[in-house]
Structures are given as C-alpha cells and as structure tokens.
Design a binder for this molecule. Structure first.
Ligand SMILES: Cc1cc2nc3c(=O)[nH]c(=O)nc-3n(C[C@H](O)[C@H](O)[C@H](O)COP(=O)(O)OP(=O)(O)OC[C@H]3O[C@@H](n4cnc5c(N)ncnc54)[C@H](O)[C@@H]3O)c2cc1C
Length: 400
C-alpha cells in the first residue's frame, strides 16, 4: 500500500502512480523483452497512454491535457522505466520534448491546433535538435530556415538521433516535429536559432532512416530526419525569430529531470531483482546474501537509490514548468542518477551471475538502457561543465 510522502505528495499523485503501476503490470511488462529483441516501438500500447490522460500529462486541461506538475512527470517516468525504459523514452520524447515544450512555449493558437491531437494520442510528436555533426555544441547546428517572399520558412538540413522520428518499421514519420534551425546571426556574432512545427505530409519532410542496432532503448524508434526545401507556414514558427534558445533551455530542465526519473525506475527494479536473488541462490551451503561482497553490492545500491530518489523528487518539487532557473539541479540529478543506475544494474547482473546476463532476467536490458541516460539529453561531461559554470556564478547555492 502506497502512502502520501515526498514521492506522492498528494492524493492525485498517488492515484497517478497506482494507475501507471497497474498499467505496467498488465500491459507493459509482458511485452518488454520481445519489443527490445525485435527493436519495435509498441504504437498501440503508446496510444493507450492517451486514453489514460498521460500523453498530455503537463499540458493545460483546456487543451486536452491533465494539467499536472513536474512531480507527476517524475512518477510516470519512474514507473514506466521500472519495466520498459525503451518505451518510457518514447513517452518522454512525446510528452516532455514535444507536448510540454508546446504547452510552455507555443501561442494559444498553436496550442489549440496541436495539443488536443498529441494529448489524446491521435498524433505522435518528437523534438529534433541533434544533427549528424552537432550534439552538445548546439549553437553550431547547421540546419537553416530562410524566409521566402510569402513570409513562410524554407527549412533545409538533417536531424539525427530523433526519438519517435519515425513511428514504425516502414519509416512513417512522426505526425509533428518540433525543429530547431538557424535563422541568422545575433548581435554577438553567434548563430541565432528559431523553433518550427513541421507537420507530416509537408513536402520536403521525410525520414532518412530508422537507426537500428542500438545498444539499448530498443523499444523506442530513433530516426534521422531530412528537410529538403521544406516550406513551413509562418504560423508554425514558435515564438519570435531567434527565441529557440529560451525554448531549449526551459525544456532541457524537464527533460533532464525525467531522464533522471528513468534512472530511478531502472535502479528500483535492479535492486529488487538482486535483493530477491540473494535470498534464493545458495552457494557453499548458504544464501549468497550472507557473503560480504554480495552485501556490498546490495548495500551500496540501496544507498545510491535512496539518495537519487530523494534528490530527484526534491528537485521536481521546486521546479515550476515553463520557468527556467533549475539548471544546477537538473544537471546535478542527471549526472548522479544516470551513472548510479548503470552501476546498480551492473551490480544486479553481478549478483545474479550467469542468469543476470540473459534477457529473461531483465537486468541486462536495464543495464543497456541505462547507458543511454549518460548520453541523451546532455552528456555527463556537459552536466559537469554546466554545474561548474553555475556554481561559479552563484557560489551561495552551496549554502542554500
Ligand atoms: C537513443 C538516442 C535517442 C536520442 N533522442 C534524441 C531526440 O529525441 N532529439 C534530439 O535532438 N537528440 C536526441 N539524441 C541525441 C543526444 O541528445 C545526443 O547524442 C547528445 O546530446 C550528445 O551529442 P552527440 O552524440 O552529438 O555527441 P557530441 O556532442 O559530439 O559529444 C561527443 C563527446 O564529446 C564530449 N564533449 C562535447 N563537448 C564537450 C565539452 N565542451 N566539454 C567536454 N566534453 C565535451 C561529449 O560529452 C561526448 O563525450 C538521442 C541520442 C540517442 C543515442
């Protein structure tokens, strides 16, 4: 029985957690191994999340969302990732990188046009920032958008590694993409970036390839997207010309928070698996739990799991969606939790010996999935860089 605490601060949060936990047990868990093996995104199951009101979790109710907060987003990502992090990543790309981004940064007209579809699951969204030659160094991206005589924008470029960029093996593109492109140079001589909403069916927008043979997160589709003289209506520019950096920075915080929440789910499941196995497995006439080296694996994993969980929920509690200013902790939680999750999954494999190394026992999949969290949504090195920079600007953060 779950109780109200910092992880479930209200009755509503508790209900969301229980609803997702039930859904995971009934629908997500039975298909997780197969979809990982087949590198298949479960689109039908994804759409069911729309019926549960989860696809527009943080979007306003007036546009079809559930109007919930960052803590609710952490809860859903934790619960899904305790079973199927690949599926959870597809959920994150849709509900956080697209839906939340639009809910926070779009105009009312754009929200009215696009949010009901993506909140219900009728349309699938994604966010395209990374390119073949540019990831961390985002200001160096090379996709361009140039305004034509009609006032529309002509988009050219390639985007890489886009989760939900295609929604099936036939290469059907996402229904709507949130795209960052260069629209000029600012007063300091830096690239000026703008945000565009590109709809499926727009001539010049296509899927280059579904990226296969990923280490982990194989239940989510990752694609290369091509924009070839793709004419985007002026009404599909989000905000003003040059305002993409604000959109990016705001959304990266919730992205890092929810990626860290995925690490909580992975850690929880890995810990459960190794804890149970340590009782069941006998060696040298006793349960392996009695061996000091096994105790170290379990003890350290417990402490790291509890520490990450508290830090993440505390950060979520302080985070108001759409208002920036949480970079220090959104980088801090992701830096700590993602490597800890990978290590906890690794220890689970070690405790479980040969069984831990095969798919049926789940933890090898969690270990593979955990590695992505150290790269996507900002690499470990970028978090180290940001934290050091922010602490230089605000050393008193250490005292608060
Ligand atoms: C499965 C998957 C899903 C993804 N989904 C999406 C998505 O939906 N949308 C999207 O836009 N992108 C997505 N990405 C891309 C992801 O965000 C990038 O891979 C990530 O930002 C890193 O960029 P990069 O791969 O180009 O590496 P690079 O930025 O080229 O980095 C290479 C190495 O250099 C290091 N490095 C770079 N700059 C510095 C520096 N200043 N100081 C120290 N070290 C540095 C990095 O930390 C890293 O170790 C996804 C990636 C994967 C693998």
């Amino acid at each position: 029985m779950l109780t109200s605490d910092m992880y479930n601060p209200s009755e509503e949060h508790l209900m969301v957690r229980e609803m997702v936990r039930d859904f995971v047990q009934e629908h997500v868990e039975p298909q997780a191994l197969e979809h990982d093996r087949m590198e298949k995104f479960n689109l039908d199951m994804f759409k069911q999340l729309g019926e549960l009101g989860l696809l527009g979790l943080t979007a306003p109710e007036e546009f079809g969302g559930a109007g919930m907060d960052a803590t609710a987003a952490v809860i859903v990502h934790e619960e899904l990732s305790a079973s199927d992090p690949g599926f959870a990543l597809a959920y994150l790309a849709h509900s956080m990188l697209f839906v939340n981004n639009l809910a926070v940064n779009g105009s009312d007209e754009q929200k009215a046009r696009f949010l009901p579809g993506v909140c219900s699951g009728l349309a699938i969204g994604c966010m395209a920032m990374s390119e073949p030659d540019v990831g961390t160094d985002v200001l160096g991206l090379s996709s361009t958008a140039v305004q034509n005589e009609e006032g529309d924008w002509v988009l050219n470029g390639r985007k890489m590694w886009i989760t939900n960029g295609c929604i099936d093996d036939e290469g059907t593109p996402a229904d709507i993409v949130w795209v960052y492109a260069k629209t000029g140079v600012d007063d300091n001589g830096r690239n000026s970036l703008s945000t565009f909403l590109v709809e499926k069916g727009t001539p010049g927008y296509s899927v280059g390839q579904k990226i296969m043979d990923k280490t982990g997160m194989r239940a989510s589709n990752t694609a290369e997207l091509l924009f070839d003289d793709c004419v985007v209506p002026a009404a599909n520019m989000v905000g003003k010309k040059g305002s993409a950096l604000i959109h990016m920075m705001r959304n990266l915080e919730i992205e890092r928070l929810t990626l860290a929440a995925m690490a909580v789910g992975i850690s929880r499941r890995s810990l459960q698996a190794m804890n149970r196995y340590a009782d069941e497995r006998q060696a040298f006439g006793k349960a392996i739990r009695d061996f000091g080296q096994i105790q170290r694996h379990i003890g350290e994993s417990w402490a790291e799991f509890r520490a990450m969980r508290a830090y993440i929920y505390d950060t979520a509690r302080k985070m108001s969606l759409g208002v920036g200013g949480h970079r220090l902790d959104s980088d801090g939680i992701k830096l700590f939790a993602t490597t800890a999750a990978k290590n906890i999954a690794d220890r689970a494999i070690q405790v479980m010996g040969g069984y831990g190394y095969v798919g049926e026992y789940v933890v090898e999949r969690l270990w593979r999935d955990a590695k992505l969290l150290e790269i996507g949504g900002g690499t470990l090195e970028s978090h180290q860089k940001n934290i050091t920079k922010d602490l230089s600007k605000d050393p008193d953060a250490i005292l608060r």
